[in-house]
Design a protein. Sequence first.
Length: 445
Amino acid sequence: MSHMVYPTTNFKAVEQMTIERGDGIYVYDNHGKQYLEGMSGLWCASLGFNNAELIEAATKQMEKLSYAHMFGGKVHEPGMQLADKLSAMVPVENAHIFMGSSGSDANDSHIKMLRYYFAAIGKPEKRKIIARERSYHGVTVAAACLTGLPINQTNFDLPIDALGILRTDAPHYLRGKIEGESEADFVNRIVANLEAMILREGPETIAAFIAEPITGASGVIVPPAGYYEKVQAVLNKYDILFWADEVITGFGRTGNDFGVTTMGIKPDLMSFAKQLSSSYVPISASVIPGKMYDAMVDETNRLGVFGHGYTYSAHPLAAAVALKTLEIYERDNTFAKAAETGEYLQARLAEFNSHPLVGEVRGAGMIAAVELVADKDSKAAFPDGKVGYFAANACQQHGLISRPVAGSSLALCPPLITTKAQIDEIVEKMGKALDDTMAFVQQQG
């Protein structure tokens, strides 16, 4: 057994599969077995595996300039080009880009930049951040405080209150509704809860509201119609910034360039990672509006330096690979193709609504979840995650990698290059796994 401390793993269940190589949308274990990578690794390998163009871009950059930093006025072309490319792409006015290596550090950087900005404009008390229940925003100390999943907080003694993190309702109608409540009434109630909390805390103390346009680790929750429109109206009313965590939904995943486009959101801040480089090299981006950057310029001059940055901020290798990834997306019309293929994926998965174990199929574009329930009529959930884990393992036995999330939901997030024929393969393998799971549930009583 390796001396590795494994991430997000039960330490009594380590080293269960060794992935040895990947090609296209498939990976292979050390026994030669093929698996369709239905999760794009961790929601990230958008262009699949062994992409020759990305490998070539990385090789050329390594040969030319393997490393350079951006501290103290030193710059390099790949980093500046990537910042300019992203600024032109995102729906944020005069966007400026800070870069790191992960979605967690992108969100940490945003927390610090929000505080820096409001201090610079004479509002240091405007520092609280509203995050939602069942959200996922990372696992570093600050990002884990934003995250609303118990497993990422238990035993870590996180400084949630000290950081001023507030919590509001998850917009999941199936699990959050009151008996007899319509979707419209559900939206009105949880938005009213949000506004009441803002008034209770004091709008002058709240900097931002963070949300994944469509969630990932919490179960691929797609909010009901009207939710974001009403949330944004409340935020605008009280001068609170909308911070879109696009680490999963960015770059074609939902069938559009960004999740905010799919969900009709006008963001002030955006966080990116994962599909920015198709996960070939770690990189992240924290997007701030021009008004924030402009207000910080004189403050950095007064203090002598902007005291935040990473050794690997805008690493030239990562920036070069990200630039090539964005070039491929644009050249190959990847987002539009993913929209078409995603529509097919959602339609095929909807066929599972008739399965006796399935309570809800949800998603948008090339991200989805199939929620398994203990009772199909009442939609009662299973008491723990045992059934979800069995179902994911059954998928794996049939050569499909999915992921159990939010108890008993099976998440899917296949590479954007997946074809309709390969979606049929996903559905076939998942169908067999669901039948195996049904037999397991009946056996267990």
